[in-house]
Design a protein around this ligand. Sequence first.
Ligand code: G1P
Ligand code: ZN
Length: 542
Amino acid sequence: MKTDTIATAPIEGQAPGTSGLRKKTRVFMQPGYLENFVQSVFNAIGGAADKTFVVGGDGRYFNKPAIQTILKMAAANGAARAIVGRGGLLSTPAASNLIRQRGTDGGLILSASHNPGGLDEDFGIKFNTANGGPAPEGVTDCIVTETKRIERYSIVDATDLDLGLIGEQQLGGMVVEVVDPVADYAALMQTLFDFDKIRALFASGFTLRFDAMHAITGPYAKAILVNTLGADPASVMNAVPREDFGGGHPDPNPTWAKDLMGLVMTDLGPDFGAASDGDGDRNMILGRNCYVSPSDSLAVLTANAHLAPGYADGLAGVARSMPTSLACDRVAEAMGIAHFETPTGWKFFGNLLDAGRATICGEESFGTGSDHVREKDGLWAVLLWLNILAERRQSVAEILSDHWKTYGRNYYSRHDYEAIPKDKADALMAGLRDKLSDLKGQGFAGQIVTGADEFSYHDPVDGSTSARQGVRLFFEGGARAVFRLSGTGTEGATLRMYLERLETDPDNLFLDTQAALAPIRDAAKEACDIGLTGRDAPDVVT
Ligand code: G1P
Ligand code: ZN
């Protein structure tokens, strides 16, 4: 029944250090391509024999056939058991939870996150280790090494399984256990949050709009927000997962969640609005006519998490990625808890969470989470906000303005220049690096640089160093601009420019964000010589 097949279709282009492989769907569909990556994962972790893996994805085009292939390969490689979400569906945080809760050896998660899905769009796969988190660099580097020397892969010759049936089936020598994708995750949420209080909030007439963007969180949001907590059924929109996400871009930000923004950002909007992405790990938070930036959301959650039962004993610390605003640091300092600054990417939080040094983490890119799993978690952030709102009984806008009055406001925005030719993007970054040591004291668009460096992270838990994680310019008055190239794009290069300015004057806490940051934006553009990209304005502003 087991067949050894000669490996074809080399896997080019996986950047060393990335936690998975993300490519155009057609690339993944080449004969042997997915197979080579999966076999390389098994080879890199010392084989699959007698191991248990969680397998699931966000339901995008090619999810189903890919899962059948992975299961047949796991069986051929001697795995003991595979735990699969019904229909091949699992949100990324739910997969992380299953990997941990069931004491497995890891999992294969199929998704290209917030990138569009479909035959002509994106697909992806990543391996998470037994702690439930994205494989650390040591493991991903081994996977890359294996992809370069792979000669054959193993697969059993069997008909496809029916993954719509909950229960156990046999595939060669391996047991395939199909589970409800929502049940264990919903049970975990119930341990963290005061569901009775949130139920009472909805019963009091509190209104919600949650946009699942035709992606994985639809079934989760229906089960938890509507069926368990009593939100109006109509409050979950785009709730049915589709292989092409309804032709949309399942990225919960003001640009791509336009319909939701239109519904919530008015004085007639619901009390609370939120959206999640393709695989359910990102979140955007809104109140009636009130946008909460991800960096502010992280800071508010840090300041208020103790209001939820799962965090009632307080937080060990908070961690943010370097480009994320310093708003949560100010909260941590006031609360006397630790704060950490890590490189971009969720995997860097894993060690801090495992070591119990950080409880809550977040990134400016609409990612927030805690030590309950080892991925960011969109619905978790929504539920923590709801728990806080249920306790404080104030509007989102009131909570945010209280927060700024207490801690000051870190005006913050990210400007993305997308799909620029790679050589031009590299030239811009090289130019910045070359002049780093000369920038101090120079003025750009009237802003004086007080310091400049490239962020290098020294992991306080395992002692490892991750260098070249983004160029930082600090300006007089405490403002900051950060430049880095995206590691997740699939077309050309994306330059991300992150702008931030702290404001503590009570009279200036309610300015328009872009207007408040305009002087820093102009200085940043001049300092990096934005003309090198052939562009003058960003494609996406968040
Ligand atoms: C982007 C985000 C980053 C996030 C990653 C995965 O990476 O900026 O914060 O961890 O997606 O969701 P980037 O494209 O910037 O490398
Ligand atoms: Zn995602």
